[in-house]
Write a protein that binds this ligand. Structure first.
Ligand SMILES: Nc1ncnc2c1ncn2[C@@H]1O[C@H](COP(=O)(O)OP(=O)(O)OP(=O)(O)O)[C@@H](O)[C@H]1O
Ligand SMILES: [Mg+2]
Length: 247
């Protein structure tokens, strides 16, 4: 279990996130939704240990009841921007997390390259990020994050640049992967269908300052697949977001 306790993130003169606590069980998808600017990315960046200089933060992170430093190898993070290195090929970018964790080049490639095809990236191994579309770069960034097999996977709008069909494909791939290798995922999304269709639980944030205002369990995967059955929950989330979105 991962527990974030009392996170406050401040810029000079204002709190961006105030006294936010959340816990992630070892399995399942938690969606984090909230109006633009409410601090979702700031929370994930803090968890990943890469909050920008200039922002102050206090808070504690506990793994299985013990405080841990950040960055920590139990957490992997896909930033909202794809953050691929422009001077590395797609294969080098996609294997980077594994290589940084100490895996040899050949082993890392053997793990990652078979996924290029299901990710719609076949043939891009030797290309550079600038030669790919935005959606392809986003999938390469998702690949880099997910192959690390960390216990906790932080995804910041991982499918926002994808067309509807590719998005559904990647969502299915993720749920299949999690069935094979259960992990905890914290996923930021603006897409309510994605939140209600994928997540076991939805955290709703409000803005100024960022805080969690609702923690909503989602019915079982069987019910989730039924779009119509999920419509009332999407309506509830929509009204919550409308209340919380600054005008
Ligand atoms: N480096 C920074 N310095 C000062 N303020 C910042 C910095 N980064 C983010 N902010 C501010 O923090 C607030 C939260 O930003 P954040 O990116 O966490 O929001 P978000 O919920 O992820 O938004 P979106 O849904 O648009 O991605 C915003 O008001 C933003 O202007
Ligand atoms: Mg964001």
């Amino acid at each position: 279990m991962l527990e974030l306790r009392g996170l406050t993130v401040s810029a000079p003169g204002r709190d961006l996130v105030q006294d936010l606590s959340l816990s992630l069980p070892d399995q399942g998808i938690t969606a984090l939704i909230g109006p633009s600017g409410c601090g979702k990315t700031s929370v994930l960046k803090w968890l990943a240990g890469i909050l920008p200089v200039g922002l102050q933060a206090e808070g504690a992170l506990h793994l299985d009841g013990r405080p841990i430093p950040r960055p920590h190898p139990a957490l992997s993070y896909q930033p909202q921007s794809d953050a691929l290195f422009p001077w590395l090929t797609i294969a080098e970018n996609a294997t980077l997390g594994l290589r940084v964790a100490g895996m040899g080049k050949r082993e890392a490639q053997a793990k990652v390259v078979p996924l290029f095809d299901p990710f719609g990236l076949a043939g891009t191994e030797a290309l550079f990020p600038a030669e790919l579309s935005g959606g392809m770069r986003q999938r390469a960034a998702f690949l880099r994050t997910i192959v690390q097999d960390s216990r906790f996977v932080l995804l910041d709008e991982p499918f926002s640049a994808l067309d509807a069909v590719t998005r559904i494909r990647m969502q299915r791939w993720l749920t299949d992967r999690l069935r094979e290798r259960p992990r905890a995922v914290l996923m930021v999304t603006h897409d309510l269908h994605e939140a209600t269709g994928l997540a076991d639980r939805i955290l709703v944030m409000a803005a100024a300052p960022g805080r969690i205002v609702a923690d909503i369990p989602v019915p079982t995967p069987q019910v989730r697949r039924d779009e119509a059955a999920m419509a009332p929950l999407r309506e509830t989330l929509k009204s919550l977001l409308l209340e919380e979105t600054p005008t």
